[in-house]
Design a protein around this ligand. Structure first.
Ligand SMILES: Nc1ncnc2c1ncn2[C@@H]1O[C@H](COP(=O)(O)OP(=O)(O)OP(=O)(O)O)[C@@H](O)[C@H]1O
Length: 363
């Protein structure tokens, strides 16, 4: 089993500015872990601390249980893949893959053998004698991964490696990366601002904002049970309705809002009267005629503002009381309602599909 990575109260300051703040995390050996967050949230800084390009100003980075302070990138059992792959254009594919082995004094015959095995792993068997320039973007990406794996790292660090590829290839490479990770059992630590990437590939995701880890969980939990308003708003699309807690009933609550009382799951420690936000995803909203009577679920009277037909989905925006605009995605599975801008409707949802979180951190 590959080695795990422990971050113990890791803080990184540049002058007065803290780019990473008190990160506490255990990444298991053999795990595919992604850090997800917007540009500037500290992802790259954290990855560089694990790689050994910097030591944290406070706290510890441990790999395989060993404190890494003072040990540079070459002394750590890690390898890193950057956004720009930095393959050597004048070397053949197999020479690129075996470069790290040459530096370590491995014989040519052994290098060639190991390169061939890695070409099999990345599904490019027998392509070793090609020039790098003859490869497609996705193939170059796989060669960069093989080159990083050639030196048998325990932990592979990947800094947005798919960002230069077009959308189709990016989606294909997600599966490839996950496959390669499974086959090798190497611990993958991946950073991305693309939530689709993080959710589809990872065993667990750590969502970051402004240097702090907001939530660490498996992809489904991140999407279904966001721990903070930031996570609810950043991962996937979400509608947010503001108000105050009117009633708490065990794990559920009623939010008093400009629209009226709205029911949802209680996602935090909130007392009656506390400012809060209810989040409900566009695909969890349904549309009824305005004349329908409010049922036990959520019921939001609204007026359709716009519609966009996209084949599999109909995307609607609707304005509710108080000017709140909500987005609705209706799946085109059993036909679509004939809704035009100006139509008066009721947006409905099941209370268990909405989550109520503290509002103060919602900005
Ligand atoms: N060497 C440095 N000196 C000063 N500030 C830095 C340094 N490196 C990073 N920062 C700052 O730390 C913050 C986090 O940067 P970082 O590159 O880790 O973010 P990121 O989440 O990886 O963003 P991106 O996706 O844009 O690369 C930014 O505000 C950045 O300006």
């Amino acid at each position: 089993m590959s080695q795990g990575v422990e971050l113990r109260g890791v803080t990184m300051r540049f002058g007065d500015f803290a780019a990473v703040k008190g990160v506490e995390l255990d990444i298991e050996g053999g795990e595919f872990f992604s850090f997800l967050g917007p540009s500037g949230c500290g992802k790259t800084t954290l990855l560089r601390l694990i790689a050994g390009f910097n030591d944290p100003t406070e706290g510890q980075v441990l790999i395989g249980g060993k404190d890494m302070r003072g040990i540079g990138p070459n002394g750590r059992p890690t390898a890193m893949i950057f956004q720009n792959l930095a393959l050597f254009p004048l070397m053949k594919v197999w020479e690129n893959i075996a470069f790290g082995l040459e530096v370590r004094g491995v014989s040519k015959a052994e290098r060639r053998k190991r390169a061939e095995a890695l070409l099999e792993l990345i599904a490019l068997p027998g392509q070793g004698d090609k020039q790098v320039s003859e490869l497609s973007g996705g193939q170059k990406q796989r060669v960069a991964i093989a080159r990083a794996l050639a030196v048998e790292p325990q932990v592979l660090l990947l800094d947005e490696p798919l960002s230069a590829l077009d959308l189709k290839l990016r989606q294909h490479m997600r599966q490839e990366l996950r496959e390669i990770q499974r086959r090798t059992g190497v611990t993958f630590i991946y950073i991305t601002h693309d939530q689709g990437e993080a959710l589809t590939m990872s065993d667990r995701v750590g969502v970051m904002s402004a240097g702090r880890l907001q939530q660490v969980a498996d992809p489904q939990t991140i999407y279904e049970q966001p721990a903070t308003p930031f996570v609810a708003g950043f991962v996937g699309e979400n509608n947010r309705l503001l108000g105050r807690i009117g009633r708490v009933e065990g794990g559920a609550a009623v939010l008093d809002s400009a629209i009226g009382p709205l029911r949802g799951r209680l996602g935090g420690d909130l007392a009656v009267g506390a400012p809060a936000a209810l989040f409900v995803r566009p695909e969890r909203l349904g549309v009824q005629p305005a004349s329908g009577t409010p049922g036990q679920g959520g019921h939001i009277p609204a007026t359709i503002v716009s519609r966009a037909y996209e084949g599999a989905f109909l995307h609607l925006t609707a304005e509710a009381a108080g000017g709140t605009v909500l987005t609705v995605h209706l799946a085109n599975s059993a036909g679509l309602p004939d809704l035009q801008p100006g139509a008066a409707v009721a947006l409905i949802y099941r209370p268990e599909d909405a989550i109520i979180l503290p509002a103060e951190a919602a900005a």
